[in-house]
Write a protein that binds this ligand. Structure first.
Ligand SMILES: [Mg+2]
Length: 318
């Protein structure tokens, strides 16, 4: 698909010239107003050509606003302007523009600069993806999890919202690899990851921690809701039978309780619960608090030492 270029200029003649030049190679969006440019930048854009002198918001202000917003920060901005002093050009770069072109410009050179910056942006995006995602499953990787989880946990302590952590491990994965081969083992990991991703909400963070172990951080979610979510994942995987192979997972859960909680403490408590799950029947969900309580069949009828007990206060996540 063609890359998208946004042209922002208050002079219609400039817009016409640029749009005609670009339209053969790119999808072109144009606007004469800086305020509108900021709104348009929220959609998928590959580059912005930005005039400086415009009524209302000028180009410098637009660039400052784009760079202050996490969603638009990475879009390359090229200033295209009549302001030709060294101070202006320097200021444009200071604001985070990737390039500064003075009008009247040479069309072939501007086209070359645009394609260079788009190609650089695509390479950066690819590197960013590779640095933060697990190659096999497409979930986030351990590096990204460790970086992001610490921030989320600190936020939950500061703002006082609930948060819990699931450690999910594929049961008897070595046996699957031994019986069906490693190619099949990889397919199972991808299938499990895809179930985990489909059960998560947008604000959750799912990652492959290593081998057959996955971690999910549930934002704004207490322990009881976390159990419901974990059950959903466990049951879906059990029913899914990827490639006709019986696959189950065990899940340990912890929730943010102490003011000095961090990823390490939460992970360690969830991992202990997982260890208990592995030492009991597997294919179950065990929390850090109720390590004798195995929620195997259904969350509404967990068995405590063999007896059916109601679990109060459990509600579906919105
Ligand atoms: Mg202008």
């Amino acid at each position: 698909m063609a890359s998208t270029v946004l042209v922002v200029d208050d002079e219609r003649s400039s817009i016409l010239l640029l749009a005609n030049m670009l339209k053969e190679y790119y999808r072109v969006i144009v606007t004469t107003a800086g305020e509108k440019a900021i709104k348009l930048a929220n959609d998928m854009l590959d580059i912005i050509l930005l005039d400086v002198e415009m009524p209302g918001m000028n180009g410098y202000e637009v660039c400052t606003a784009l760079k202050a917003n996490e969603k638009t920060r990475a879009i390359p901005v090229i200033f295209l302007t009549g302001k030709d002093s060294e101070v202006d050009e320097y200021y444009g770069f200071e604001l985070g523009a990737v390039d500064y072109v003075i009008k009247p410009f040479r069309p072939t050179l501007v086209m070359r600069r645009i394609s260079n910056h788009i190609s650089l942006k695509q390479k950066c995006d690819k590197l960013e993806y590779l640095a933060t995602h697990d190659q096999l499953t497409g979930l986030h990787n351990r590096h990204h999890l460790l970086e992001t989880a610490s921030k989320k946990i600190a936020e939950s302590i500061q703002q006082g919202f609930d948060l819990c952590l699931l450690v999910i491990d594929v049961d008897h994965f070595k046996r699957i690899n031994d019986r069906h081969g490693h190619v099949c083992g990889d397919m199972i990991l991808r299938a499990v990851a895809s179930v985990i991703a489909s059960c998560c909400r947008q604000e959750d963070l799912a990652a492959r921690f290593g081998g057959e172990e996955f971690v999910v951080l549930l934002n704004h979610c207490g322990l009881e809701d976390g159990v419901v979510e974990a059950q959903q994942i466990r049951k879906t995987i059990e029913l899914h039978k990827p490639h006709d192979i019986d696959v189950t997972v065990s899940i340990g859960i912890s929730s943010r309780r102490e003011v000095d909680d961090n990823f390490k403490t939460l992970f360690s408590r969830a991992d202990s619960a997982l260890y208990n799950a592995k030492n009991s029947q597997r294919n179950c969900v065990i929390t850090e608090l109720d390590d004798q309580l195995c929620y195997k069949q259904d969350v509404s009828t967990p068995t405590l030492h063999g007896d059916t007990v109601p679990l109060s206060g459990v509600k579906r996540l919105s």
